[in-house]
Design a protein. Sequence first.
Length: 389
Amino acid sequence: MEIDDILRLAVKKNASDVHVKVGLPPILRINGQLKSVSSVSPFTREEIDAFAQRLMTDGHRRKLAELHDVDMGYGVPGLGRFRINIFQQRGTLGISIRAIPYNIQSLAELNLPPIIEKIAMEARGLILVTGTTGSGKSTTLASMIDIINSKRNLHIITIEDPIEFLHRDKKCIIDQREIGVDTESFATALRSSLRQDPDVILVGEMRDFETIDIAMTAAETGHLVLSTLHTVDATETVTRIVAMYPPYQQKQIRLQLASILKGIISQRLIPMADGKGRVPAVEVLVNTGHIQECIIDRDKTKEIEEAIAKGYHTYGMQTFDQSLMDLLQRKMITYDTALRNSSNPDDFALRVKGIMASSDTKWDDFEKKSEGEENDMEIFKPSWERGSI
């Protein structure tokens, strides 16, 4: 079996990731679960080495020898693109592969809230997409870039490690730069991009202080900057950025962040009720006047989640739990799954049962949307109450 055969199998099985290591057959991640391909014999060290050599250029080989791991993009005509990491473990090579679709999906196809399109159409500022590894951040960013590409006449520069989605020039001119191939680092490429007449800059990941600092400066000087962070929600995102700076600068950074931030989109991929895929639960922050106050005042930062919840109807914001409730009402996920993934399980369970203190207004705007809609309470019951486990 050749490496391209493994990739074809992964695409056929609709796998998001493939893991290849000595002594095991290919391991596919399908709908979040790891599954072994038992019909394929376990790989030998020689086979893994041959796979790696097939994938790498001379530059990749030098980097692997020096750093013991290397990232790259790889495309198979008619099949798709793949993000690949080759690394050393226990003296042998391992390969992790992420499948990237050729086609860029729309927000509706991704089951993302329409407010994200409005955020993407901002003229300037900072937009962050956050979440754990494999939560769909790159896919969401690609969809947002495609919206801009389809509707505005701008110059877009993307800085990625490696390049994932390939964008065709539509109304925009798009230049895509890959770390290690087209440029040295995120910070170097971001700094030089400011001299390349960009309107929009996509930074694949804000990994370090220098990249974050330059990105904030770029957003402050009139560019629209989109990037990602490995944070779980908006509150942690604000805290993480501020914490990157020394204490004497943090007050200034809070003021700067409050003025340039346009939105934070945080994602979690949740198994669907039919077991045939996953759907994103999404927290969306829109930077309103009240949100700005919460960012500027360190003592109020913890109130961001409540501010998001109350802005559901007026601004299109939503918390994770409001997103889960919406998915539950649309019967896209089960009650058990919603409860397991909620930020506040007790609060969520009470809300489902309709037992909520009258002083709690977090759900008021959300309930306005649901008034008059058919509400089949059977889907809200846990499996043990429905008589099936």
